[in-house]
Design a protein around this ligand. Structure first.
Ligand code: IPM
Ligand code: MG
Length: 356
């Protein structure tokens, strides 16, 4: 019995997650799997319903699940009202912390069919294949104190890393590198930050356990430049929470299609799988969202939580064939895409389902 918690969340989250569920139901049927789905609330929808961005019921459903399929959280109302104390993103941050999801894995792969979608020159991006390992439960996202002082005129966040936090994410990255090109670039700001000096020292230490892996270090400002200049130099990129947040959004543009990028957040038990894109409130409910990042997140779920790589590949292949047949959602269409091949969320899902 497979137990999956679904957190559809806000904006386009419910639409894209529903598409992935259809896919999983079809695959389950073909393989005679028994699956239970528990649909629970987080984010703005949870605040509306309960006042809490991460209701206890959601947390306990996630704790007993094998895996969580997550959509997105966020709502423009909060961006316009920065003084609000209860915010959708708190749900996700607390969930990551409570479940110990310290390793955020973000693969950046260019689909050959879409290499023209990148704002970068095709010869720079074609063939780029990077996996980011972003530390997800430490650093400045969680450091204390985090407060206002001086009658609100001074604000304080704390960038803090403990050795064990760096060790465990580094090990995950090295393990992944062993299965890939055996190359890691660790990104920090060790010329300025003490937490980065601990980071670098610790990564060097872990590297001794993996003599076959070539380790390099890069300052984050340089890494931001190198990703655009020559993305193919990277294999595994290992970095902290804030730098990883920023660099993975940047790296999404190597593919030019944020709507295609999945991610996994892993710890020692349950895994959470989600598209890299956010809630996209401007297109929510309009049948315009690209469901493929969510579907590719489902593929990662099948690979990583259940070791069902064959099923994961079924999804990837069905998506690739759909792209190969010329079908696109609006976000990845270009000037050469025939009008009738630009499909809505539901219609492209139908195409992908028919290729499973
Ligand atoms: C991400 C998002 C989150 C983060 C937000 C929604 C809190 O940007 O997953 O990258 O900053 O980690
Ligand atoms: Mg982000």
């Amino acid at each position: 019995m497979k137990k999956i918690a679904i957190i559809a969340g806000d904006g386009i989250g419910p639409e894209v997650t529903a598409c992935s569920r259809l896919l999983l139901e079809k695959i389950a049927q073909q393989n005679n799997w028994e699956i239970t789905f528990e649909e629970v609330l987080m984010g703005h929808v949870a605040i509306e319903a309960t006042g809490n961005p991460l209701p206890e019921e959601t947390l306990s459903a996630c704790r007993v699940a094998d895996a969580i399929l997550f959509g997105a959280v966020g709502h423009p109302y909060y961006d316009e009202n920065p003084q609000l104390k209860v915010r959708p993103e708190q749900g996700l941050l607390r969930l990551r912390k409570e479940l110990g999801l310290y390793a955020n894995v973000r693969p950046i792969q260019v689909f050959p069919e879409l290499s023209a979608a990148s704002p970068l020159k095709t010869e720079i991006v074609a063939g780029a294949d990077i996996v980011f390992f972003r530390e997800l439960t430490g650093g400045i996202y969680f450091g204390q104190p985090r407060e206002r002082q001086n009658n609100g005129d001074t604000a304080l966040d704390t960038m803090i890393y403990h050795r064990y936090e760096v060790e465990r994410i580094a090990r995950k990255a090295f393990e992944a590198a062993m299965q890939r090109q055996k190359k890691i670039c660790s990104v920090d700001k060790a010329n300025v930050l003490e937490s980065s000096r601990l980071w670098r020292e610790t990564v060097n230490q872990i590297a001794k356990e993996y003599p076959e892996v070539a380790l390099s270090h890069m300052f984050v400002d340089n890494a931001a430049m190198q990703l655009i200049k020559d993305p193919k130099q990277f294999d595994v990129v290992l970095t902290g929470n804030l730098f990883g947040d920023i660099l993975t959004d940047e790296a999404s543009q190597i593919t030019g299609s944020l709507g295609m990028l999945p991610s996994a957040s892993l710890g020692d038990s349950v895994g959470l799988y989600e598209p890299i894109h956010g809630s996209a409130p401007d297109i929510a409910g309009k049948n315009l969202a690209n469901p493929m990042a969510s579907m590719l997140s489902l593929a990662l779920l099948l690979d990583m939580t259940y070791a069902e790589t064959k099923a994961g590949n079924q999804i990837r292949t069905a998506i690739q064939k759909t792209l190969g047949a010329g079908y696109r959602t609006a976000d990845i269409a270009d000037k050469d895409t025939a009008q009738e091949k630009i499909l809505g969320t539901a219609e492209i899902t139908k195409q992908i389902l028919s290729r499973i």
